[in-house]
Design a protein around this ligand. Structure first.
Ligand code: NAD
Length: 269
């Protein structure tokens, strides 16, 4: 028997290069039968890596691959225009691009570092979601996976962090940038409900990605935090991707403005 995919529309993923959360999301969409996926990242090499991994595992998937900087105020609109030219619409948009920043207290943080981090994590996420929302309000809705639910014009999932909810030493700009993403998500959810668009975010805990594992000093500083969580381990990018796909799908048809924590229980302690 043929199984109908939960993702008949077009997926867009920022920060999709390499082996992090964005790459896991792109691969998860392809594995779930989404056949039109657009991926972007600042890093052309790692973006190519994701493209090759998806193409090898799911040769029927049509991929649009376009590198760029989410902090560039022209990029998001031009990328989404390209996606629409190529695929006709944007249904599931996942904003993963982000950076951790230097481990500094506020009094040690330069304005340049504060601005860099916020320009990528918060402003970049806003620019991306604004471009996605502009397209979503213009397009017709797709039917839900079951006819008892309303059709969906689009679903956005922003990637915030558990550090948007709780604090961590030497990370004021990062924590604030992720709290901002949660606040923006809630406000957009209110504004776009009437358009049939859902806007949610995920708040990952300590996840085993290049952001945490690549540099020894970051790995040594961050990985002990995983022990704070009741589950006492780091999460896998796929475990975040699963939550993201749920929030994008019409199975989450009544989930709106939610900050879904995927952290092994970290913030409950
Ligand atoms: N790994 C964790 O423990 C963790 C926890 C909470 C939240 N997050 C968030 O998850 C998201 C994904 O991070 P990850 O852990 O997969 O790390 P990652 O470094 O693997 O992925 C981040 C991606 O964003 C890209 N990127 C950085 N700056 C960019 C820019 N200006 N424009 C476009 N792309 C840019 C990077 O090239 C990279 O591919 C980030 O927003 C991060 O803050 C991660």
């Amino acid at each position: 028997m043929l199984t109908k995919t939960l993702f008949p529309g077009v997926a867009v993923v920022t920060g999709a290069g390499g082996t992090g959360i964005g790459a896991a999301v792109a691969k998860a969409f392809a594995a779930a039968g989404c056949e039109r996926i657009a991926i972007t990242d600042l890093n052309e090499t790692t973006l190519e890596q994701t493209k090759n991994a998806v193409a090898a595992a799911h040769p029927h998937t049509q991929l649009l691959v376009h590198s760029g900087n989410v902090a560039d105020d022209q990029f998001a609109d031009s990328f989404i225009n390209k996606v629409v030219q190529y695929f006709g619409r944007v249904d599931y948009a996942v904003n993963c691009a982000g950076v951790l920043g230097q481990p500094l207290r506020s009094s040690e943080t330069s304005l340049a570092e504060f601005d860099r981090l916020n320009n990528i994590n918060y402003r970049g996420c806003w620019l991306s979601s604004r471009a996605q929302l502009k397209q979503m309000v213009r397009q017709g809705a797709l039917p839900s996976h079951d006819s008892s639910r309303p059709p969906q014009r689009g679903a956005i999932v922003n990637v915030a962090s558990q550090l948007g909810i709780v604090g961590r030493p030497s990370a004021p700009a990062y924590c604030a940038s992720k709290s901002a993403v949660i606040g923006m998500t809630r406000a957009d959810a209110i504004d776009y409900s009437k358009d049939g668009i859902r806007v949610n975010c995920v708040c990952p805990g300590v996840i085993e990605t290049p952001m945490i594992m690549e540099k020894t000093e970051v790995r040594e500083a961050i990985t002990p935090a995983a022990e704070i969580a009741p589950m006492k381990r780091m999460g896998k990018p796929q475990e975040v991707a699963d939550a993201v796909l749920f929030l994008c799908s019409t199975q989450a048809s009544f989930v709106q403005g939610h900050a879904m924590v995927v952290d092994g229980g970290y913030i409950t302690v």
